[in-house]
Design a protein around this ligand. Structure first.
Ligand code: SF4
Length: 219
């Protein structure tokens, strides 16, 4: 069976997913205001055959919600994609647009919540509701070996998607956790503008995490 035959193996939310009424209403409001934007649950990017899954929090309103590709179009994508390219997990030149030709290598990018939340902050119930799609995502990746969670919310969502209580493993930047099934869960602060401008996360700190991820993926 082809490993990337997504339509048959991956349960993804429909464009009009209404499971989170607040987010569906916000999508509709954005669509009314900016009808040329994507304004829908943002699909993951990269092959299902990848061994690495990067999980962010949720689309940014002028980023992935506008362009339709995770981490594309706003500040957060610059550090993420440029670091992935630097360390061989992506090829091309990041141009903040899905047509920039960037190709991920052994890597896939998703979000804990697929729809843009108001004020950049999903509610706990929305994170819980969308967790079914993160769980489906991970289940549909037959070679998945490492998950890189960007931020506390993502870390908790990955644990939940694996049937683990969120209190089981504490988020710590740079930490490598091993889940009961052997999956490695690596923590990093989110690559947001806020975190980089407040110096919570520097380029060097994020590069160090990605180097660690690369080492875990080494044969
Ligand atoms: S966040 Fe997820 S579950 Fe909620 S409406 Fe969007 S796609 Fe559906």
């Amino acid at each position: 069976m082809p490993l990337d035959f997504e339509a048959s193996v991956l349960e993804a939310p429909p464009r009009d997913c209404g499971l989170c009424p607040r987010l569906a209403a916000y999508r509709a409001a954005n669509a009314a205001e900016n009808p040329d934007w994507f304004n829908a649950p943002v699909p993951s990017f990269g092959a299902l055959s990848a061994r690495l899954l990067i999980v962010g929090m949720a689309p940014g309103v002028r980023g992935a919600n506008r362009t339709g590709r995770p981490f594309t179009g706003d500040f957060a994508g610059v550090l993420l994609y440029e670091t992935l390219i630097k360390f061989g997990l992506a090829e091309g030149s990041y141009g903040a647009d899905p047509s920039d030709g960037v190709v991920l290598r052994d890597c896939r990018i998703s979000n804990a919540v697929r729809c843009v939340p108001p004020a950049n902050l999903p509610e706990p119930a929305e994170v819980a509701t969308c967790n079914r799609f993160l769980g489906a995502e991970m289940a549909a990746m037959p070679r998945l070996a490492v998950v890189l969670s960007l931020g506390v919310l993502s870390h908790a969502a990955v644990l939940r998607a694996n049937g683990l209580p969120v209190s089981r493993l504490r988020f710590r930047h740079g930490e490598v956790h091993t889940l009961p099934d052997g999956l490695k869960l690596v923590n990093s602060y989110h690559v947001s503008r806020y975190n980089t401008s407040t110096k919570r996360l520097s380029t060097q700190m994020f590069e160090d995490v990605v180097v660690r991820v690369r080492a875990l993926l080494a044969p």
